[in-house]
Ligand binder design. Sequence first.
Ligand SMILES: Cc1cc2nc3c(=O)[nH]c(=O)nc-3n(C[C@H](O)[C@H](O)[C@H](O)COP(=O)(O)O)c2cc1C
Ligand code: SF4
Ligand code: SF4
Length: 303
Amino acid sequence: MNVLIVTFSQFGTTETIADEIGQGLTSDGATVDFVRIGGDTVPDLRNYDLIGIGTPAYMFRPPFPVTDFLREISGLAGKPFFTFILYGTDRGATGNRVRRRLRRGGGVDVGYFTARGPDVFVGYLREGILFSPDHPSRDERAAAQEFGRTVGRRVAQLEAMDEGRRTRYHPDCESYDPATPVLYALERASLNRFVIRTTLSRGFHADDRCISCGLCVQRCPTKNIALTGAPNGGSTEPTPEWGSDCLMCGVCALVCPVDAVRCPYDWGITRLFMKLNVRRGKRTGVPFRSVDPADTSTWTPSS
Ligand SMILES: Cc1cc2nc3c(=O)[nH]c(=O)nc-3n(C[C@H](O)[C@H](O)[C@H](O)COP(=O)(O)O)c2cc1C
Ligand code: SF4
Ligand code: SF4
């Protein structure tokens, strides 16, 4: 069986789980190829017997590069697929949206897996909180391998059926996630693409601490930043300027070594929502660790 696993990942946890699922599949004789959205060219899906899509939750939905990828893919008719989601607090509609989209494209849903990953999100880190540190746990990684074996078996059952039964068959796989809590659904709605493009993306700039190191430019997943701005008090070199193709991932602010990036996560209204989220996360028992936002060693995933 030829399997293609497609992932989007900024901090590596989705790829870690992709690897474990891949090991489960290969232990039963499958051949697995991995591609990354935004990094690799996605091969022709028709060359594969099974497609896996893995993504982190971003604002209780899939990140925009994943949504775009799902909109553009073809060749899914009758093709078995599985989905896996990494999340820090509450994945909201992330998994449901990926699964529904793939089913609408004619794919056959053969499995759904979720695991926690460290929530390296600037909004919570600035509140001094890292949700879901030390994840994915050893148990989650083992469960991911087992999941790989399970989807392999489900596909083998499917392949044993004749064409007519196969197109009507949906294996007895994991159920959809419950509806997103109202507070989170509200935040998701207010962080839509239109609002980001027209309003929030304009809220980024580098203050006079900027030393023109270019780290924010290098780490932006959408290449939305360029060193084209006028030099400022901190540097005689060009400083960064932001475009409107933004995920609101906050990575540019996180990686800046001198904390020069000002962005909508500094606004009072945003910080209020972040405080509410942190309170809710703690109240609902999400694992967390207190961190020092200024000390990267306290919150980088490898720490
Ligand atoms: C911009 C951003 C938004 C996030 N939004 C959510 C979310 O809505 N719900 C959630 O549970 N986790 C959220 N997370 C946490 C990620 O899903 C989690 O950290 C995941 O493990 C990251 O995967 P990666 O390491 O493959 O990038 C968010 C993280 C970032 C950076
Ligand atoms: S928040 Fe920063 S790093 Fe993330 S997409 Fe927007 S500009 Fe790029
Ligand atoms: S990472 Fe910070 S210091 Fe470096 S170019 Fe960007 S804003 Fe300036």
